[in-house]
Design a binder for this molecule. Structure first.
Ligand SMILES: [Fe+2]
Length: 377
């Protein structure tokens, strides 16, 4: 009996060691019709791979070498639209690499099996939930996430300022940006738009390591799900009073001009131009802000970027940043489409089908605060 107890305790310790090797994750990002990127954070650095249900092992590599990291990402491409991928994340922990010719490895781990689907432009609907301006309030973030019906959602969209300005390190950024979402991001891709806070502080490149997106740039891109083409943009910081926080390192005007040049071409691509519904997502809403003394860049975007989006046939813009709810009707500020600025720590649920977009805004208590249906011609 005593031996059996010791054996059981030993087995439990082993299981704990296995579970403890993955600190958080996996989460799926950079989802397209033909690819996804699987990320996770392990307790210790080591070699890592994604295993598919057919036994294929896709190792994390750099230029032909398996690498030893804690923040892992494995891109899987060559997939078909609407493919359900069954996967788990695995690894071997590094114990000592002081002898480069003979690194010592320790425990291995295997995560639980997960399922995620690639996007599919033939799907009849596109359903997604937007979170923004959480600013470290993990309790509200968890409450908003817990309300998500994963079976009726295609992806999650983090629209910036999920964390607050700081010196970004892996554990803290993953904690604040993702952990409150629980296991949702293992099966629902998480896409990201950078907020002004995620552009402040040091080591801001880490944000794109946690939410990798290679084409064409970490924080601006297009993608398609069902009837909707998305254009995601990054407006950086918005005004003089805030720009002093960058100690002269911000060159956002050049960065936004780069995006305008890119967007001119991107909206002509068939993936975007043929979509029945077109949505622009970004943290800083391109509105003619009522404060004419500040928010210079925001008002500049309203004048210089919105006409391009009007011409491209954009049907809706969803922004954040201002920590208040604003709904700008079409035609009120150079805009041919409505602009919804979501309040801080609220979730916008969007259900899109050809010809119709339904928007509902919820607070952390689950109370519906706003709802509208857009008819799309
Ligand atoms: Fe914010």
């Amino acid at each position: 009996m005593r031996k059996l107890l010791i054996l059981l305790l030993g087995m439990m310790a082993c299981l704990e060691a296995f579970a403890g090797s993955i600190k958080y994750g996996p989460w799926v990002t950079e989802a397209r019709e033909d690819c996804v990127t699987i990320c996770w954070l392990s307790e210790k650095p080591g070699m890592a791979y994604v295993e598919l249900s057919d036994g294929t092992k896709l190792w994390e590599t750099f230029a032909g070498r398996r690498i030893f990291k804690r923040l892992h990402s494995v891109k899987i491409d060559g997939l078909e639209p609407g493919t359900e991928l069954c996967y788990r994340v695995c690894g071997t922990e590094l114990v000592d690499d002081s002898n480069a010719r003979n690194p010592r490895f320790g425990d291995t781990y295997e995560g639980t099996w997960q399922r995620v689907k690639t996007f599919d432009s033939e799907a009849a609907t596109c359903r997604f939930s937007i979170f923004n301006d959480i600013h470290l309030e993990v309790d509200k973030y968890s409450a908003l996430a817990a309300q998500v019906d994963s079976a009726a959602t295609d992806f999650l969209f983090l629209n910036g300022d999920i964390a607050s300005a700081g010196n970004y390190v892996e554990d803290t950024f993953v904690h604040y940006a993702l952990e409150a979402l629980g296991t949702l991001p293992a099966g629902l891709p998480v896409h990201f738009a950078r907020g002004n806070h995620e552009g402040r502080g040091n080591n801001t490149q880490l944000v794109s390591d946690v939410f990798p997106n290679s084409d064409p740039a970490p924080f601006y891109y297009t993608f398609r799900q069902g009837p909707v083409a998305f254009i995601v943009l990054d407006a950086g910081e918005t005004g003089h009073s805030r720009s002093i926080l960058y100690s002269g390192t911000a060159v956002y005007e050049d960065y936004i001009n780069e995006q305008i040049e890119w967007a001119r071409e991107a909206v002509q691509e068939l993936l975007f131009s043929t979509a029945p519904v077109k949505i622009c997502l970004l943290h800083v809403p391109m509105i003619d802000h009522q404060n004419k003394e500040d928010y210079l860049l925001q008002r500049w975007l309203n004048v210089h970027f919105v006409p391009l989006l009007n011409e491209a046939g954009v049907d809706l813009m969803v922004g954040a940043d201002l920590h208040e709810f604003i709904y700008c009707e079409p035609g009120t500020m150079n805009n041919a489409f409505p602009i919804l600025c979501n309040d801080a720590a609220r979730r916008v649920d969007c259900c899109c089908e050809s010809g119709k977009v339904t928007l509902k805004v919820y607070n952390a208590d689950g109370k519906e605060e706003f709802s509208t249906v857009l008819e799309i011609e």
